[in-house]
Design a protein around this ligand. Structure first.
Ligand SMILES: Nc1ncnc2c1ncn2[C@@H]1O[C@H](COP(=O)(O)OP(=O)(O)OP(=O)(O)O)[C@@H](O)[C@H]1O
Ligand SMILES: [Mg+2]
Length: 362
């Protein structure tokens, strides 16, 4: 999919911006604090409903105003759509797609974002990596969304029971019957997704100039035998692992087995990237992972999401920078990227625009 026109009103420091993007790469240039990230943020908020930067919607409204409005026209599988999002302080956000109110919609604008903070996908805490996988799973199918919602509820109930002085064994047994099933459903979904991500991320990492062998491995709270697994075999192992951990769980008063404690490990030439990889290598693994996300989305939904890249070229050496730009220019998805340095884009076949104090000029 790609955006054919976007309007942003009173969002952060962007008062009134109207932009007709190029089908391929769009480069947003400007000094620090002029509104480049705000522009990407507006697209991201339109696509996902909330910001990657602040939890409070009211922070997104331009200071002194009481509402923001973002609207875009886009093409998805050759059909034209419009999407708009309005937020007035103190009210609920209003999202429309093709002038109708929607909460969930398979034709909604979709975006994948890379920001410098995504380094923490590699070196940060495991929640970030689990959230990455689950977010992608939710996008892949409503079924996964339900699994994840069920699991969260069951886990909360189970932990509440374990926190009590004397967990009722009957209640716990009944709960564990469904808990083990949901845990197995999520584990299987994540394992399957990781298999695809492993292959794609490796390919993109090499394509972006990395020579090392990159591997993604899923780390579980129990031992899974090699070879083929299915829902039943995983569930059986979950049940067994839960029995083994039960005394410890009662002592610790929390659930120790299940996907809420799993992780992804990245290996560069068989060494754990979290500990051994350089900053540049970690960055490129994170970028490759995001590109893999773009590709998975395309496989499932038939069209590419929009790619938003904040300061992706900073910290890259000249070779990798050239490789990165070359890759983006030759890709089929629409990209919006920011940079403070226009000279990096000499001889580049993208559309360049400038942002200055929230105003855009071409
Ligand atoms: N709600 C708001 N109302 C008005 N201005 C805001 C609001 N929120 C943030 N700003 C301002 O927006 C400005 C630009 O922010 P932005 O993060 O887009 O800069 P940038 O161009 O990406 O800069 P950098 O190159 O440093 O990343 C900041 O100076 C900030 O004060
Ligand atoms: Mg910025």
């Amino acid at each position: 999919m790609y955006i054919t026109e976007i309007q942003i009103n009173d969002f952060r420091n962007l008062e009134r911006v109207r932009y007709v993007p190029a089908r391929g790469v769009n480069i947003l240039l400007g000094n620090n604090a002029q509104g480049k990230t705000n522009f990407l943020e507006a697209i991201y908020v339109l696509a996902t409903g909330s910001s990657f930067r602040s939890a409070l919607d009211k922070d997104l409204i331009r200071l002194g105003q009481d509402r923001f409005f973002i609207q875009a026209a886009y093409l998805y599988l050759n059909k034209k759509h419009t999407i708009s999002l309005q937020y007035t302080q103190g009210k609920r956000k209003r999202l429309t797609i093709d002038n109708k109110k929607y909460a969930l919609n398979q034709e909604r604008l979709a975006a994948v974002l890379f920001t410098p903070d995504d380094l923490y996908l590699i070196k940060g805490p495991p929640q970030k990596r689990r959230a990455f996988l689950d977010n992608l799973l939710r996008n892949i199918s409503p079924e996964h969304r339900t699994f994840l919602e069920n699991y969260e509820q069951l886990l909360n109930r189970r932990n509440a029971l374990l926190k009590g002085d004397l967990p009722d064994p009957g209640m716990l047994r009944a709960l564990d019957h469904v808990f083990s099933l949901t845990a197995a459903q999520i584990t299987l979904a994540r394992l399957n997704l990781l298999k695809i991500l492993d292959e794609l991320t490796q390919r993109f990492y090499n394509r972006l100039g990395g020579n090392e062998d990159l591997q993604l491995k899923y780390a579980l709270t129990f031992n899974l035998p090699g070879g083929k697994v299915n829902l039943d075999s995983i569930r059986e192992i979950v049940v067994q692992a839960m029995q083994e951990k039960y005394i410890k769980e009662k002592q610790r008063k929390t659930t120790l087995i299940g996907p809420h404690r799993d992780d992804i490990n990245f290996y560069l030439d068989q060494k754990n990237a979290r500990i051994f990889a350089s900053q540049g290598q970690q960055r490129n693994i994170a970028v490759a992972l995001k590109l893999a996300e773009v590709e998975v989305f395309k496989k499932i939904r038939g069209a590419y999401p929009i790619l938003l890249l904040d300061e992706i070229l900073a910290e890259l050496d000249i070779d990798r920078r050239t490789t990165m730009l070359d890759f983006l220019m030759n890709s089929s998805f629409q990209t919006f990227m920011t940079s403070v340095d226009g000279s990096l884009f000499n001889n580049i076949n993208g559309k360049m625009v400038w942002l200055e104090q929230g105003r855009l000029s071409e």
